[in-house]
Design a protein around this ligand. Structure first.
Ligand code: FEO
Length: 400
């Protein structure tokens, strides 16, 4: 695949990772891309690199445009190794005059590569770099999603190179948002936000305010993963505003794992109560729903209900996994409750409830516990929990 010119003399030279299915715990069922951009001006500049195994793809695309040794500048918007993995080889090949990065980026580069001799030049928000006819303006985006992260803005091209922000893990031969199905694109973008950026929502809110205040003229947003936003880039900015405000809708998840289907019966009864009240519900059996999918669905869900049997005095391992993952991502302002079956000790519901309290969720019930197999009366209580949740959702949520 040849380089793709995304703006006049600005080229995508990244790599496609079709077969990756696990990105440090994030399920990437359609692979991903590592986007790298080469600007061919009087000075030639490469913005980020790609994951190490894809060095030859990156070099192949660069060579179609220029010998690598002609590259003058490297811009490191982000040091995570999916973007910096090829830096040693690219630096060796290009012998760049300068490597531009944030102050935190310089520290992270040293901690990753231990090369004091690299010609790093620290830039901060507002600093500019002339490439000849084009200029680059740097915007630090600390904690989006690493301390070193920054954006590069090319005013002459109205182009924002946005590092991980606004990305999607999706490998496609297409490079632009208007070449793919919009619904699928937004679903990938939402999954990316939920699994990577949700924790940093307060920083996203501030960044969006700051970018608005800068009054940047942007008609293309080029992230480091996935499709480039050239048609209606405002769509993804609007979605980020909504996700960063943690806006939810009249939707609930029933997330559960079960040993002998008693907890599953309870989950179905909870679902029934919610459904009867007209709430949008997703049943998420953790034996078939990956943690990334659960978190994606949780992004706009007002209520999260968790069911687990007790095994060896603990909640089931998959429930511990999703609670650990979800707690780290810090969803806010959710309604929640726990339920589950047990044999003789029954710790799971209490343990889940404790985590829900730590997450500062609003508890709708102290927790429903059933010994071994639920009776009709037990299941009626679960239906009631679903109905009670529906009432709370309707009381607390204004639909978008
Ligand atoms: Fe795509 Fe934070 O690396």
């Amino acid at each position: 695949m040849a380089p793709v010119e995304i703006k006049d003399k600005v080229f995508w030279v990244g790599a496609l990772d079709w077969h990756i299915r696990d990105f440090h715990g994030y399920s990437t069922e359609k692979g991903t891309t590592y986007n790298s951009y080469l600007v061919m001006d009087e000075k030639i500049a490469l913005f980020d690199t790609v994951k190490k195994p894809f060095l030859s793809e990156l070099l192949h695309r660069i060579r179609k445009l220029t010998p690598p040794e002609k590259i003058d500048y490297l811009i490191v918007n982000h040091v995570e190794m999916d973007h910096s993995g090829c830096l040693p080889e690219i630096i060796e090949a290009a012998k760049p005059e300068k490597i531009f990065c944030s102050a935190m980026g310089k520290k992270a580069l040293l901690d990753h590569f231990h090369r004091e001799d690299w010609p790093c030049e620290v830039v901060k928000s507002g600093d500019t770099l002339s490439l000849g006819k084009k200029n680059v303006r740097f915007i630090e985006t600390r904690m989006l999603h690493w301390p070193d992260s920054m954006f590069s803005y090319l005013p002459e091209d109205r182009l924002l190179i946005s590092s991980d922000a606004f990305g999607q893990h999706w490998a496609t031969s297409e490079r632009f948002d208007d070449q793919v199905d919009r619904g699928e694109l937004m679903a990938h973008a939402a999954k990316y936000y939920a699994n990577i950026l949700l924790l940093y929502s307060s920083f996203v809110r501030k960044l969006l305010d700051d970018v608005r205040a800068l009054n940047l003229d942007v008609d293309m947003i080029a992230p480091d993963h996935g499709l480039i936003w050239r048609s209606r880039p405002a769509d993804i900015l609007e979605a980020y505003g909504r996700w960063a405000r943690q806006e939810t809708r009249q939707k609930a998840l029933v997330i559960y794992d079960t040993m002998w289907k008693s907890t599953e019966s309870m989950a179905k009864a909870v679902f029934s109560g919610l459904f009867q009240e007209g709430i949008s519900v997703r049943m998420m059996d953790l034996r078939s729903s990956h943690r990334s999918e659960v978190v994606s669905e949780a992004l706009d869900a007002r209520a999260l209900l968790f069911g687990s049997s007790t095994l060896n005095n603990h909640m089931l391992p998959r429930m511990a996994d999703i609670l650990t993952y979800l707690k780290g991502l810090k969803p806010e302002n959710r309604l929640a409750a726990a339920f589950g079956s047990y044999g003789w000790s029954g710790e799971a519901v209490k343990q889940i409830t404790q985590v829900l309290e730590e997450m500062k969720f609003t508890l709708l019930d102290p927790g429903i516990r059933v010994r071994y197999v639920p009776t009709h009366e037990d299941l009626r209580k679960c239906v009631e929990l679903g109905k009670k949740t529906a009432t709370a959702i309707k009381a607390g949520v204004s639909e978008k």
